[in-house]
Structures are given as C-alpha cells and as structure tokens.
Design a protein around this ligand. Sequence first.
Ligand code: NAP
Length: 236
Amino acid sequence: MSQRTDAVLITGGSKRLGLQFALKTLELGFSAVIHYRNDISEALKTISPKELKDRVHFIQHDLSEKPELILDKAHNLPVNLVGLVNNASIFTEGNLEDIDDLKKIIWINALVPAQINTFFARKIKKGWIINITDAIIEKPNSRFQNYRISKQLLQQLTRQQAYLFAPNLRVNALAPGAMIPASTEDQHYFNSLSEIIPMHTTGDLHSLMNAYEFLIKSPYITGETIRVDGGWNIVS
Ligand SMILES: NC(=O)c1ccc[n+]([C@@H]2O[C@H](COP(=O)([O-])OP(=O)(O)OC[C@H]3O[C@@H](n4cnc5c(N)ncnc54)[C@H](OP(=O)(O)O)[C@@H]3O)[C@@H](O)[C@H]2O)c1
C-alpha cells in the first residue's frame, strides 16, 4: 500500500484567500483537502494539473448544517490529516438589532469552526488548527457589528480550544488586514486604505503566507493570534 501523505483541510479553500492557503499548503509539501460550497473553477485554473491529480482533493459541503460532515468526508480520502484551516466565513454588513443576521454570522464564523475543531480533535492525535480571524476587530464599528463580534468570538475560541486540545493539537489564529477586497466592497474605499495603514500598502499576501508557514512550523506556539495587517490595527 502506498504511504499516505500528510494533508491539510482548508474550509472555503477554492478561491480568494482560501485558495492562497491551499497553494502555500502544497508548496510546503502537504496534500490539500479543499472544502468549498459553490464553485471550484478558480482552483482548477490556478493549481497545476499535476498537483490537482496527485495532491489535491475537493470536498463540497454547505457549512450551514452538520459542518462536522466535512471531517467524515476527509477521513475517507487516502491522506493523513494533520492540519485544519478554518477560513470559510461570511463578511457582510449587519448590526446587533438584526438578531437573525447575528445568529447566522456567529454560526458560520465562530460556532462552525469550533464544532469542526472539536471533531478534528477527537479524530486527530497530533496536529494543528489555524483559525482565520481579522486584524480589525478590537474597536467597535457601526457597519460590521455582527461580523466583528463573530470574529472576536473565534479569537476567544482559539485560546479556549488551544487550552483544551494541548498537547495533541495546537490552535492558533491568523488575523489578516486588508488583503483582497470583498465582492461587495467599494474598490475606491479599499484602495484608499493604503493611505491609512501605517505600512502604506494593502494585499501583502506574501507576508500572510509567511505567517501561515511560521505557525505550522512552530511547535511551541499555541493559543496565539498573529496579525498581518501592516499595522492597520494600531490606527483603527
Ligand atoms: N479578504 C480580506 O482582505 C480579509 C481581511 C480580513 C480577514 N479575512 C478573513 O480571511 C478569510 C478569507 O477571506 P476571503 O475574503 O477570501 O473570504 P470570503 O470570500 O468572504 O469567504 C470565504 C469562503 O467562505 C465560504 N463560505 C461562506 N459561507 C459558507 C457556507 N455556509 N458553507 C460553506 N462555505 C461557506 C465561501 O464559499 P462560496 O464562495 O462557495 O460561497 C467563500 O469561498 C475569512 O475568514 C475572512 O474573514 C479576509
């Protein structure tokens, strides 16, 4: 029987930042188990045919219900799962008065990762988890109240589950700043952010992927959050 390769499961990994995490995962020598909901066309265009054939697996699932099923699906693949990146997320405007929106966004952005992590910890005896949060969640805002609260909760869950899962699993968070504008976001506003951000730039994916690699390769770090935002949080 051929040896199983170590693999990383990336939620929402078929496009945008999730696809960047998948590409970096492959570059680091792992297989990539790419979870998606709707569409893998960007991944099929971006990842080389050889990698697609040898080291990439796709899992389709809407995380609104029974999110832990993605782990059952991953376990049926011929890989040895060692890592998990909770990247899938909802980024929409919404305020606390809209309780249905608050519940939905907390479910997808915080409770789904927490639940997937719990099931991951039951199945995986040695490995790591990285939750993708957001660098700009300290200060209250008016437009993205529910999103901010959901990512704050995910940050706290990171620390709590790091405590619960040690020493078998490490749990850390990566908190990006302005990397890729959301499809709903005003492009002019996104571009103008480089005037506000202390390092005067947006979209430094290279620094984000360096931080991802650093967390994977640092067995003595758990419960931490690394912000990769050019210092935006200092001024926000
Ligand atoms: N973009 C940035 O500059 C930035 C800045 C700060 C933090 N972040 C964080 O970084 C991560 C990636 O950002 P992004 O902008 O690339 O994310 P995104 O495009 O907003 O969403 C990532 C993925 O989440 C998936 N998703 C949402 N709801 C789902 C559901 N119910 N079931 C399954 N999948 C679902 C989407 O899948 P479908 O497309 O198939 O629906 C999408 O591909 C997110 O956690 C985000 O909060 C991003």
